[in-house]
Design a protein around this ligand. Structure first.
Ligand SMILES: O=c1ccn([C@@H]2O[C@H](COP(=O)(O)OP(=O)(O)O[C@H]3O[C@H](CO)[C@@H](O)[C@H](O)[C@H]3O)[C@@H](O)[C@H]2O)c(=O)[nH]1
Ligand SMILES: [Mn+2]
Length: 735
């Protein structure tokens, strides 16, 4: 190879390109910015004088538009810096195949009912069969549910993996989550494949049945129980909230007898339920992750860690090799602390009814923040360098070698390792330490991921966002409106809390991360307060319309132009962005509905809860996202019919606002038609258009209120309350 090999060695392992059309976008953004400034000028110069009707409403409109405008500016920096990375995995294999580092994979689960064990083991099976040397792979499951059923499912999965891994490798199948694999249509290339496919499918279904019946009956088959010593950890005293540490090495990868049916070595597989005591705060997922970091350091101690939620199976087989191209690149690799993949779901419907595809967030915003070297850590689908996650500060001399010989505890027996690890999973392991502060995941915030990523970046590390064509991980997206709203409430609340804390990117990150990245973070951190201008815009113009008072310029006025321009340019731009991300126009429309609904409910309550926590009135909680639904609910989801479900306050707000918009639009139309008040139209046209758009967006809400009679409609108690509330609002005297 000689000279050629030398040249080959010098080539980078990945390349980074900037997105096209950024220049054109900047021009468009500039014109919108001018438009926004003109709107502000109009509001200031045309304000009704003291004593005139509508003065206060006008000031409110100005404040709302000021907030929208400033928020829009925040969303620009990331759009100026969108980059895409391309790894060269052939170069990696060519150069480092013999020196590949060990990789630890952490999967977190927290409840066997909301996160069924079959779902969990599908994720485990998808990663245990990665196209990567098995002796270098260790998979850990953290079970915050402390459930014997999950442990049992993991034992079943370990037995199944002995068949599954050879099958995957023999036919090079994708994806390697058996559930997802058998659910897809496949072409059968030959008879051997067909036979083995069928045999494997049966094996999988038998296992699935055993697990579901164990879950249904709440008991574990006696023969399995007798086979594994681990079950002795569960006695009548063990509950989800109160139990000792349990660490069970189910497959010990260093044991030469741990083989699959083809005689190949198996990856290590570990079950962990950290100690939980009512008096000791467990810090939710962050606590689980920190326990995993410590426990794994005793068992496999790999320099690279992949973190996954239990519903996120690996969809590509070569992901580890791709991210190693980033970490092992000679020039830039050593600075990189983590590589984040987008959070994507495999159950998104064609028109994305709950806006769960995050297409624009994933393809544009996150890629753009990544362009500033500060990709956000989003909790799942993220590969970390163990050292930086542990708390190391980046220094210029750091070489970033991923030692392939990292210590594996070959000299200790499984029992010894388990006993050592249990101590590290105890509550006392963190007493008087920096865990949760400067080490591992940060505590005290419902979005531990974002704040942890930020602290890592502020220790000098870079992070990279990677969104490959074939999706690397796929999870289960929410299938009811309730779930979406609760999830977004947790997120908006957690993120606003960061903004308010010492971790505010503009203070904590000052001088440490780029200004563009500081702005990028705030797009999300300010979700909660953006609820106020939105609520204002949804409520006040419609009340004033009812009373025939105009809050916008007339069509004939020159000031009509900036409003019209900003409205059209923003929406055309946003549609173009959406279409370029490959979504349908209807999906874009559905996003607008979710945008209004989330801002007026989830984000609003997120705001209230953040404030009440600041005042010490409530504590941090973590409401798990449900990952299962009844057949009936799933059917409606597939038909893209919104599942309104139970009578919550949030639902009452949604219905009340929708009715208010409807009442004011009907009132106005009535006036125009009955009283021939066409001249009013000229004055009020913008308000009428605003109401019309809101009413059109809310059509599914009216259907849920008045037309539908399935289980997912809006309950009649909510209908009643919202009619009363909206009518009362119409009677409010206007000042
Ligand atoms: O006490 C807990 C609570 C949650 N989890 C796990 O955390 C993950 C995320 O929970 P989920 O209910 O699915 O929340 P999502 O909103 O879907 O999660 C996103 O947002 C969270 C922060 O709000 C991050 O922790 C997640 O990684 C990110 O995927 C799941 O695997 C849970 O099993 C625990 O291990 N322990
Ligand atoms: Mn989730």
């Amino acid at each position: 190879m000689g000279k050629e090999g030398g040249e080959e060695d010098a080539l980078p392992l990945f390349e980074t390109n900037e997105a096209r059309f950024v220049g054109a976008y900047k021009v468009l953004a500039f014109t919108v910015f001018v438009g926004i400034c003109l709107i502000w000028v109009y509001r200031l110069t045309h304000m009704p004088r003291a004593g005139e009707q509508g003065r206060w409403a006008w000031i409110g409109m100005f404040m709302a538009e000021l907030c929208f405008g400033l928020y829009w500016i925040l969303t620009q920096s990331c759009r100026f810096k969108v980059v895409y990375h391309y790894p060269f995995k052939e170069r990696l294999s060519y150069r480092y195949e013999k020196k590949l580092p060990n990789v630890d994979i952490f999967v977190c689960t927290a409840d066997p009912w909301m996160e069924p064990p079959t779902l969990v083991i599908n994720t485990i099976l998808s990663v245990i069969s990665y196209n990567y040397p098995p002796e270098k792979l260790s998979v850990y499951l953290s079970d915050d549910g402390g459930s014997e059923l999950t442990f049992y499912a993991l034992i079943e999965a370990s037995n199944f993996s002995k068949h599954w891994i050879p099958f995957c490798k023999k036919f090079n199948i994708k994806p390697r989550s058996p559930g997802a694999y058998f659910a897809q249509q496949i072409d059968v290339p030959n008879i051997t494949y067909a036979q083995e496919w069928l045999a494997m499918k049966n094996l999988y279904e038998e296992m699935e049945n055993r697990i579901s019946s164990a879950v249904k009956m709440g008991t574990i088959p006696k023969e399995t129980r007798d086979q594994h010593k681990g079950f002795s950890e569960w006695n009548s005293k063990v509950t989800k909230e109160d139990h000792q540490s349990i660490v069970q090495i189910i497959i010990n990868g260093v044991d030469k007898n741990a083989m699959d049916i083809d005689g190949q070595q198996l990856p290590t597989l570990v079950y962990m339920a950290r100690e939980k005591r009512p008096q000791c705060p467990h810090n939710f997922k962050a606590g689980a992750m920190n326990a995993l970091i410590r426990v794994s350091s005793k068992i496999s101690n790999a320099p690279i860690i992949l973190n996954l939620d239990c519903d996120m199976y690996a969809n590509d087989v070569d992901t580890i090799r791709e991210i190693l191209c980033f970490f092992m690149d000679k020039k830039r690799g050593h600075e990189i602390s983590f590589v984040q993949f987008p959070q994507q779901y495999n159950n998104i419907t064609k028109n994305d009814i709950y806006a769960g595809s995050y297409s624009v967030t994933n393809n544009v915003e996150l890629a753009g923040i990544g362009g500033y070297g500060a990709a956000l850590y989003c909790g799942t689908g993220c590969f970390h360098r163990r050292e930086s996650l542990w708390g190391k500060v980046y220094s210029k001399d750091y070489r970033g070698e991923l030692n392939p010989e990292a210590k594996k505890n070959t000299d200790k027996t499984v029992n010894e390792l388990e006993e050592l690890s249990k101590v590290l999973a105890n509550c006392s392991a963190e007493k008087d330490t920096q865990w949760g502060k400067n080490m591992g995941m940060i505590y005290g915030c419902p979005v531990e991921d974002i704040v942890t990523g930020l602290t890592i970046q502020c220790r000098g590390w870079k992070s990279l966002y990677y969104n490959p064509d074939r999706k690397a991980f796929l999870g289960v997206g929410p299938t009811t409106l309730d779930t979406v709203l609760l999830q977004h409430k947790r997120w908006s609340e957690g993120m606003f809390q960061i903004f308010f804390s010492k971790y505010c990117p503009f203070i904590y990150g000052q001088g440490k991360i780029k200004f563009g990245a500081q702005m990028g973070y705030c797009i999300y951190l300010l979700w909660a307060p953006i609820s106020f201008p939105t609520l204002y815009y949804v409520i006040v113009p419609s009340l004033y319309l009812l009373h025939g008072i105009s809050l916008f310029p007339q069509v004939k006025s020159i000031w009509f132009l900036p409003f019209a321009y900003v409205f059209v340019a923003r929406n055309v731009g946003s549609i173009a962005e959406a279409l370029s991300c490959g979504v349908t126009l209807k999906a874009w429309w559905n996003w607008q509905r979710m945008w209004v609904i989330q801002r007026t409910t989830s984000f609003f309550f997120g705001f209230i809860d953040t404030i009440s926590r600041q005042l010490g009135l409530s504590e941090t909680t973590f409401v798990l996202t449900t990952k299962v639904g009844t057949e009936d609910v799933l059917k409606r989801y597939r038909q893209e019919v919104i599942e309104f479900g139970s009578p919550t306050i949030m639902l009452t707000i949604i219905a009340t606002l929708a009715l208010l918009n409807l009442f004011s639009l009907i009132g106005e139309i009535r006036k125009i038609v009955l009283d021939f008040e066409f001249k009013v139209l000229d004055q009020l046209i913008m308000q009428v258009i605003l109401e019309l758009l809101l009413v059109l967006i809310n059509i599914p809400v009216y259907q849920g209120l008045f037309i539908r009679n399935d289980e997912g409609r809006i309950p009649s108690s909510v209908l009643f309350k919202s009619i009363v509330l909206a009518s009362l609002a119409c009677l409010i005297p206007i000042i």
